[in-house]
Write a protein that binds this ligand. Structure first.
Ligand SMILES: [Zn+2]
Length: 188
C-alpha cells in the first residue's frame, strides 16, 4: 500500500508540473516580458507575439505599431529639438534616426530624411501612391510609418513616422554592428 501511495503522489506531482510548464509561456506578465526583452542583445532580433507586446505597450502604441495604424498628426509632430540624440523604436529600443536628420515636413508627423543606417528599418516591397512604402523596425517588425520620395536633400526622402513609435534618447549609440536580415526575409 505504501508503494501505491508513493506512485499516486509521483503521478500527481508529475501532472502538476506538466500543467505548470504548459501554462508558463502564456502566463508571463508585463514585468516578465520587459525583463525578457532587456536580456536580448541589441544586435539580435526580437520575436514577441502580439499578446506579449500588448502587455507592455500602451493601447495607442499597440494600435500603431502592431496593427499598422496611424496616429493623428499633431502641432508638435514636426517640432525640431536641435539636439544630438537618437530616436529609438518605442517597442524594442532599436536606434532608428539621428536627431539631426529630423526636419519640418509640415505634416504634423515626425519626419526624417534618412535612417541611422539602412539596416535599422525594413522597407516594404509594395508601394502605394497615397501611403508610400511601409517602414517597420528591422529588429522587432513593429510598424513605424511610411517613406515618400518628396523629402529634402541630400536624400530626397521623407520618412514619415508616428510619434508614438519613437522614443528620444539623449545619448548617441556607439558603433553599431547589426546583422539583421535584409528586405523581406522573415516577413509575411
Ligand atoms: Zn523595434
Amino acid at each position: 500500500m505504501k508503494g501505491m501511495a508513493q506512485v499516486l503522489l509521483d503521478v500527481s506531482i508529475c501532472v502538476a508540473l506538466s500543467a505548470c510548464s504548459r501554462a508558463h509561456p502564456s502566463n508571463l506578465d508585463g514585468a516578465q516580458i520587459r525583463a525578457k526583452l532587456n536580456t536580448i542583445p541589441l544586435d539580435q532580433q526580437v520575436d514577441f507575439t502580439n499578446r506579449e507586446w500588448q502587455l507592455i505597450m500602451s493601447p495607442q502604441q499597440f494600435y500603431v505599431m502592431r496593427r499598422a495604424g496611424t496616429e493623428r498628426p499633431s502641432l508638435s509632430g514636426n517640432a525640431l529639438d536641435h539636439r544630438n540624440g537618437t530616436y529609438v523604436c518605442s517597442a524594442c529600443g532599436n536606434p532608428l534616426y539621428r536627431a539631426e536628420t529630423k526636419f519640418n515636413s509640415g505634416t504634423g508627423w515626425p519626419s526624417f530624411w534618412q535612417p541611422i543606417r539602412k539596416e535599422a528599418v525594413h522597407e516594404s516591397s509594395t508601394f502605394s501612391a497615397i501611403f508610400g512604402v511601409e517602414v517597420s523596425c528591422a529588429r522587432c517588425s513593429s510598424h513605424l510609418g511610411h517613406v515618400f520620395n518628396d523629402g529634402p536633400p541630400p536624400t530626397g526622402l521623407r520618412y514619415c513616422m508616428n510619434a508614438v513609435a519613437l522614443t528620444y534618447r539623449e545619448a548617441s549609440p556607439g558603433p553599431v554592428t547589426l546583422a539583421f536580415p535584409r528586405a523581406d526575409q522573415g516577413r509575411p
